[in-house]
Design a protein around this ligand. Structure first.
Ligand code: FNR
Length: 184
């Protein structure tokens, strides 16, 4: 019997027309049948305050539950000032607490960064890997995915403009499937 892995996709942008969100949506369609991708929203999470970690609000409870119920986590993020957007760091910190009750620990992970710039969010991608090491998410080292020139990623119909991007992402997702299998 073949296994299907549930993958929680966390998008590091709240922007309505986010290129990262569009890519996250495209990934669901490119994924092999063994991966079931769904976006877990982070926009309703309050700013993390350690005073409240023992008495979490409903959005925090729901977010942690969504991550816990997934087999793996995929981060699709822009770069802000050469690092991870604050909203994404807030979501990771929120999911990691209280101490000993992290939603992240042990979930195999992967990172894709998307930027309109030429270096494809390299800084954010690697800062995120540092954070994921701290929350015990074994993160796929290869293939790396720094998607540059993001404003040209999609055509007017919303489809990926360059078929080679789709081919690369399919290979990325197959490698992630194998990474999950090895690390789950
Ligand atoms: C940016 N942007 C950006 N881009 C980049 O490649 N490197 C960077 O360091 C930054 N820094 C940065 C800081 C802040 C505060 C903002 C708002 C933006 C540009 C960013 O890549 C662009 O806005 C993308 O469109 C954001 O991704 P989404 O929202 O389209 O997914």
């Amino acid at each position: 019997m073949s296994t299907t892995y549930k993958v929680a996709v966390v998008v590091g942008s709240l922007r309505k027309d986010s290129m990262n969100r569009k890519l996250a949506q495209a990934l669901s369609k490119l994924a092999p049948a063994s991966l079931q991708l769904s976006i877990v929203e982070i926009g309703d999470l309050p700013l993390f305050n350690q005073d409240h970690e023992g008495n979490p609000s409903q959005p925090v409870i729901d977010f942690k539950q969504a991550i816990k119920s997934a087999n793996a986590v995929l981060f699709v993020t822009p770069e802000y000032n050469r690092s991870v957007p604050g909203v994404l760091k807030n979501a990771i910190d929120t999911g990691s607490r209280p101490y000993g009750q992290s939603a992240w620990s042990g979930k195999p992970g992967a990172v894709i960064s998307v930027s309109p710039g030429a270096i494809g969010g390299f800084g954010a991608n690697h800062h995120l890997r540092q954070v994921l090491a701290s929350v015990n998410v074994p993160t796929m080292p290869q293939p790396e995915a720094y998607i540059g020139n993001g404003s040209k990623l999609f055509d007017d119909s919303g489809a990926l403009a360059d078929p080679s991007t789709g081919e690369f992402l399919k290979k990325f997702l197959i490698a992630f499937d194998q990474w999950i299998e090895r690390n789950i």
